[in-house]
Each structure stands twice: as C-alpha cells, then as structure tokens.
Write a protein that binds this ligand. Structure first.
Ligand SMILES: Cc1cc2nc3c(=O)[nH]c(=O)nc-3n(C[C@H](O)[C@H](O)[C@H](O)COP(=O)(O)O)c2cc1C
Length: 214
C-alpha cells in the first residue's frame, strides 16, 4: 500500500447517503471489517463494547424509523450497531486481566498491579463519574477503524449518530443487558445516483487545524 493509494482512498471515502441495495459485501471482506472492530485499541485494552450486526429485515426497518428515516440502514449491505457498557464493573476488568494472562501465558497474580490501577482509575477514581462517556469514546475509535479499513478495501460506509439510542436499545433487546447503543455504521457500496459522491469535501485548511510546537 503506497502513500498515493492511502491519500486517494481517504478522499474517495465519504459518508454515503444512498447505498446500492443490490451490492453485498463478500464474506471475506466482511470478516476483515469485523476484525477491524475487534482489533481496535481501547483505553487499558478493556474493550468495553459489543458490536451488533443486524441482518433481520424487520429489525432494520424498525431501526430506520428510529434514525430519522435514513435509508442507509436498510439499503446498505451490513449494518452494525456499536454498543458499550453503561457501567464499568470489576467483572470486565477481571475478564481482561484473565484474558491477558491466558494469551501471554502469565500468572494472573502478576497482573494484580495492572488491575489495581484500572480499578483505582475507572471504578473508584474521578473518571468513574463519567464512565459511560469514557466507554462511548472507545466505541468511536472502533467506528474510525472500520471506516478507514473499509475505505482501504474500497468499501463504503456511513457513520450514523442520527438515531434514538434508547429506542435502539429497546428494539435490540439491550435494556438490562448492561450495554447501550452509541452509534451505527452502515457498510456497503454507494449508489451511482448518490450525488454526495461528487461534491467537494469541506475541510478546514491545514494551517487552521495544526499547530507545530518547535
Ligand atoms: C460520529 C458521526 C456521526 C454521523 N452521523 C451521521 C448520520 O446520522 N447520518 C449521515 O448521513 N451522516 C452522518 N455523519 C456523516 C458526517 O456528516 C460526515 O462525515 C461529515 O459531514 C464529513 O463528510 P464526509 O464524511 O463525507 O467527508 C456522521 C459522522 C460522524 C463522524
């Protein structure tokens, strides 16, 4: 992958307003997109998320009406809802500690210090008061990863925040699950008639958004 390709794909990507409902992402490509979510980084590596891929037509219809009627949800190939933990608990921290020990062949006791830091910061520290916001931020990193990976594979996306998260939680059966909807990402292929693919990107100048401290 060379520099020109990366820049070309970054410009090629846009938030698709109209997907081609006849075009489907191949299983192999979708597998890579799922991996882009799973491999996304998160604070402490805690992965406070669940990704829900919705194929059910009836549910997609209900989600459309909870998303300002945006057609992307039903017309795209794969619609994924990003959800995160509402509250953080010791259970997730233990799960992460135990998985780390398992994957790296360590005694979990060696990770007691790591656990203590996470508990002190996220469960008992000042950050505990805004922990759902912390969790949501992790989901947005995953959102960026799937969009970027898709663009490199020449697959289109639309990030979707114009939705009713509580309504989604109801339809997706998330109430009382400990997880709540953050946003969605529609993935698929742009419709040739989507006029947004031809309009210029609006971005502030480099000078406007970068400061260099020498
Ligand atoms: C977090 C987030 C939420 C967004 N929600 C929606 C949405 O609900 N519907 C939509 O059509 N576009 C949505 N967008 C797309 C933005 O409007 C779009 O990314 C922005 O205008 C820049 O245009 P571009 O992505 O086409 O370059 C969202 C973008 C982000 C990053």
């Amino acid at each position: 992958m060379n520099h020109d390709y990366v820049l070309k794909q970054l410009s090629w990507r846009y938030a698709v307003k109209k997907f081609d409902p006849t075009k489907k992402i191949s299983d192999k490509d979708w597998e890579i997109l799922e991996e882009s979510l799973r491999l996304s980084p998160s604070s402490y590596g805690l992965q406070p998320w669940k990704f829900i891929v919705v194929h059910n037509r009836d549910i997609l219809k209900q989600l459309t009406s909870l998303s300002w009627g945006q057609s992307q949800i039903e017309d795209c190939s794969h619609y994924v809802v990003l959800t995160t933990k509402v509250k953080l608990d010791e259970e997730l921290i233990d799960k992460h500690v135990n998985k780390t020990a398992e994957v790296r062949g360590l005694d979990p006791k060696l990770l007691a210090g790591f656990k203590k830091v996470m508990v002190g910061d996220l469960l008992n520290g000042p950050r505990s008061e805004t922990i759902y916001h912390w969790a949501q931020r992790q989901a947005y990193i995953a959102m960026g990863f799937i969009m970027e990976t898709a663009a490199m594979l020449h697959i289109d996306t639309c990030p979707m925040e114009g939705l009713d998260p509580k309504g989604y939680d109801k339809v997706l059966g998330l109430e009382n699950s400990g997880y709540a909807t953050v946003a969605g990402v529609a993935c698929g292929y742009r419709h040739p008639e989507d006029k947004y693919q031809n309009i210029k990107k609006v971005r502030f100048d480099k000078d406007d958004v970068f400061t260099y401290i020498k």
